[in-house]
Design a protein around this ligand. Structure first.
Ligand code: GMT
Length: 373
């Protein structure tokens, strides 16, 4: 049994989901898990005797122009390392969590190993910011072990930051029990989806990198060829401009803006195809969630997406911005029931085999074992 601290962004986002699911799986395996975060991770939705939560509180002393969250986090980490005698502190996101963890290790008296998992935006967006580059590089180089969620992210990290340290690829996973196709004809009806409509789904945080406009243009072209609805799930900075675009294209009746949703499993269960047209994506956890619910995916040839979608088997890969090609693939697939069923089956098998939660959690366990003999 090991004592493991976990720090992640506790709000919505794939990195927070993975960190929390990993913590819960580790707790089930008998390890003692200590979440050290600014608020309760949103996926931490059931009590478990092996799971503890330590909240980071920031001082709002008026002298501080900016409340020093990162220092408060480092201090809390050091406290928990010493009080709980942590073996491992596993941080998700290099910036600022790896830096805080290294500072905490310096402060703490008890010996702890730092594991940093890179999730993408910390490198692909923050890593190119000159103000942060050296700090991120330091965080990675000083960690005892570093993992990344795709081969593509390893290559990018090494190229962008000039890092030579070994970075192990450990793919993301989903909790299979929560991502399984259900039969829900009632939900289709409630959303006004007719029996012969095909349902396409996009889920994201509506940031510019997700290229929502490409999702809409692709759907527009599919919609010209067959009866279809687009479920847009999520919210974020691009929401208003996408809403305007949908109106301008006359798609209001067939594009359903559902906002943030908790039960995405149910929405995948009524969907035929998932679209992810991002310009940056280290993995694309939503693709795995979709495939686990038997939904084939179309994604861009960007970052880790081609490591998740098996082209021509579980979905299709298109070049960034190629909405013609995406729409052509989608229309052909949605017109062909036999192919659609085959792709759905392949998606499920691929999700369950390549990204099997048990074997991915085992990879993390092996990594912890290597650090603590
Ligand atoms: O994609 C986002 O905007 C959120 C971000 C996050 O911090 O959760 O996602 C990153 O980590 C996910 C979990 O590993 C990956 O599935 C996403 O591809 C990655 N996002 C980017 O690389 C843009």
């Amino acid at each position: 049994m090991k004592k493991i601290g976990i720090t992640c962004y506790p709000t919505l986002g794939g990195s927070g989901v993975i960190a929390t699911e990993l913590g819960m799986k580790m707790a089930e395996l008998g390890h003692e898990i200590h979440f050290i975060t600014s608020s309760l991770p949103f996926r931490l939705n059931h009590v478990h005797p092996n799971i503890y939560y330590h909240e980071v509180e920031v001082s709002h002393y008026p002298v501080f122009q900016y409340p020093p969250f990162d220092l408060a986090l480092a201090n809390k980490m050091a406290e928990v390392i010493d009080q709980e005698k942590l073996d491992i502190l596993h941080v998700h996101y290099a910036m600022p969590h790896a830096i805080c963890a290294i500072l905490a290790k310096d402060i703490a008296e008890h010996e702890v190993k730092i594991v940093t998992t890179l999730h993408g935006t910390d490198i692909t967006v923050l890593g190119i910011d000159d103000a942060l580059r050296k700090m991120i590089k330091h965080g990675i180089e000083q960690s005892d072990a570093v993992t990344a969620v795709s081969n593509s992210l390893v290559t990018q990290t090494k190229e962008m930051l000039g890092i030579e340290k070994e970075i192990e690829v450990i793919y993301n996973f989903v909790n299979e029990a929560n991502y399984t196709k259900k039969t829900l004809p009632g939900i289709r009806r409630q959303y006004g989806i007719k029996p012969n409509d095909k349902v396409i789904i996009h889920i994201s945080n509506f940031r510019k990198v997700k290229r929502l406009e490409d999702v809409i243009y692709t759907f527009h072209k599919i919609h010209d060829q067959l009866n279809a609805k687009l479920l847009l799930v999520g919210d974020g900075p691009e929401y208003s401009s996408i809403y305007q675009l949908v109106r301008k294209l006359g798609l209001t009746d067939d594009v359903l803006f559902l906002g943030k949703q908790k039960n995405v499993n149910d929405l995948f269960s009524i969907s035929d195809l998932k679209l992810l047209m991002s310009e940056k994506e280290s993995f694309g956890l939503v693709l795995l969630e979709a495939m686990s619910c038997e939904v084939p995916c179309i994604g861009t040839n960007v970052g880790g997406i081609p490591e998740v979608i098996k082209h021509n088997e579980t979905g299709f890969i298109v070049e960034l911005g190629d909405t013609d090609r995406a729409a052509a693939y989608a229309t052909d697939l949605l017109h062909n029931e036999e192919a659609l069923e085959r792709f759905s089956r392949n998606a499920l098998v691929h999700a369950r085999e390549k990204f099997c939660s048990k074997s991915i959690v085992q990879q993390y366990t092996d990594l912890y074992d290597k650090l603590i003999h």
